[in-house]
Design a binder for this molecule. Structure first.
Ligand SMILES: Cc1cc2nc3c(=O)[nH]c(=O)nc-3n(C[C@H](O)[C@H](O)[C@H](O)COP(=O)(O)OP(=O)(O)OC[C@H]3O[C@@H](n4cnc5c(N)ncnc54)[C@H](O)[C@@H]3O)c2cc1C
Length: 399
């Protein structure tokens, strides 16, 4: 297998590198954009200066259609093919260049382009691309996660509106979101996949209550969302009534190839290796011996996860749709992220229990160890990925 760029790919890579050299401000490297853009609170001069950096970065990306490189040009994208997107993602990840747009860009945008009416696209795509409108995803419910099609939140027709009652959970960023894309049951008598409709909901609608859920790193990004007689107009339905399952699952993400994660993991391993080299003589001999082997294993695994990302992008580039291959990459890479975090925590010994900037590696081993737990749950748990690999990949019977 040849991993070298061909002539056109090499030119494209240089173009992306030149762009990053010229337009990526150091201040926003390896950062996430703030979600408080719509806040009216008075800003400090530092906050204003930072917002200007973000805005000029956004404009530089938007002018090239690089906020949503895969989207058609008519909707503000660059109509980019999978390999060019992959090279773009690779270079952005290497340099810690932040991508913009949040869940609206990643998940709703492609769904709208595939299933939305022209009116819906006109109404929502500009806010997604500008980052001015934040979206959250209202899919999971207390009794419906892996088995999402069993969801119970109800929507009942009343004239030209639908009235929604029920509850969502684990709704990331619902507390800062302006809008929510959500699934609700509209025909309780139909087989479970066939009675679901896909709605767009303005989070300011009366009857919506958001309650925070604080996670085990003490961070707040999840929420519970309750709906009490929430009215949504029919024009906010995506696709057909009772066919929302199909629109909801078409949200295939060709936008960001999975290369960002292996590159991030490689960078994490490199940081730990730097620390180990520098502190070798401070560590007990046995700790150093164990760490040396541990990082050798992690290094091999990072190469493997990079190969899995290459495999997916090669399939996409050949016009194939990855299926169990995506599950293999997701499973391997997320479980690897936990092993990397564990190796770091073991290397620093009890300091791995101290989440403080003064601890070794600025307290990241402890924080990372706890924070990575979510990786094998979000986006389909490891068990569900193994089911997919076993049945669709290996052809084993479901039961
Ligand atoms: C970081 C993060 C962000 C998230 N953000 C959102 C969001 O914005 N919006 C949203 O709607 N949801 C969100 N979720 C929720 C996520 O989609 C669910 O947690 C996930 O689908 C699993 O569902 P569950 O938590 O209900 O677990 P369950 O489905 O109840 O699973 C519990 C356990 O049983 C196992 N299990 C279940 N079914 C099977 C099976 N058939 N075979 C073998 N094992 C099985 C699971 O693997 C798991 O170990 C987020 C989750 C995380 C971690």
């Amino acid at each position: 297998m040849d991993f070298q760029d061909n002539a056109n790919q090499a030119i494209w890579r240089t173009e992306v590198k030149d762009f990053l050299n010229e337009y990526l401000p150091d201040e926003i490297r390896n950062r996430y954009p703030s979600f408080a853009t719509s806040s009216n609170a008075k800003k400090t001069p530092e906050q204003e200066a930072e917002e200007e950096k973000w805005e000029s970065w956004r404009v530089a990306l938007a002018e090239r259609g690089w906020i949503a490189p895969a989207w058609p040009k008519e909707y503000g994208g660059a109509g980019m093919g999978p390999m060019d997107q992959f090279i773009l993602s690779q270079e952005f990840a290497e340099r810690g260049a932040p991508r913009l747009g949040g869940l609206g860009l990643m998940m709703l945008g492609p769904t709208l382009i595939a299933h939305g009416t022209e009116e819906q696209k006109k109404e929502h795509i500009p806010g997604i691309l500008s980052g001015k409108i934040q979206w959250c995803q209202g899919y999971s419910e207390p009794g419906s996660g892996s088995d999402l099609a069993s969801l119970q939140t109800r929507a009942v027709r009343d004239g030209d509106d639908w009235v929604i009652n029920g509850q969502k959970i684990w709704t990331s960023l619902a507390h800062v979101a302006d809008w929510c894309f959500m699934l609700a049951r509209t025909d309780p008598d139909a087989p479970k996949h066939r009675g679901i409709t896909y709605f767009l909901l303005d989070m300011k609608t009366p009857g919506v209550t958001v309650r925070p859920l604080v996670n085990m790193t003490n961070g707040h990004d999840f929420n519970e969302v309750f709906f009490e007689d929430v009215r949504v107009p029919s024009r906010n339905i995506i696709g057909e009534i009772n066919r929302g399952w199909y629109a909801g699952t078409t949200t295939l993400d060709f936008e960001r190839s999975s290369i960002g994660t292996p590159i991030g993991l490689r960078q994490a391993v490199e940081k730990n290796l730097d620390w180990l080299r520098e502190h070798k003589d401070d560590l007990p001999e046995t700790t150093y011996a164990a760490a040396k082997h541990d990082w050798a294993d992690r290094w091999i695994e990072v190469q493997t996860s990079t190969m899995l990302a290459y495999r997916i992008i090669s399939m996409q580039d050949a016009g194939e749709i990855p299926n169990s291959e995506s599950s293999i990459a997701k499973l391997f890479t997320t479980e690897l992220s936990q092993r990397v975090a564990k190796s770091a925590a073991q290397m620093v010994g009890m300091w791995g229990d101290i989440n403080d900037p003064k601890a070794p590696l600025k307290g990241m081993p402890g924080h990372g160890y706890v924070n990575q737990v979510r990786e094998t749950i979000a986006g389909g748990t490891s068990e569900i990925q193994r089911n997919i690999i076993a049945t669709r990949g290996l052809g084993l019977p479901r039961t």
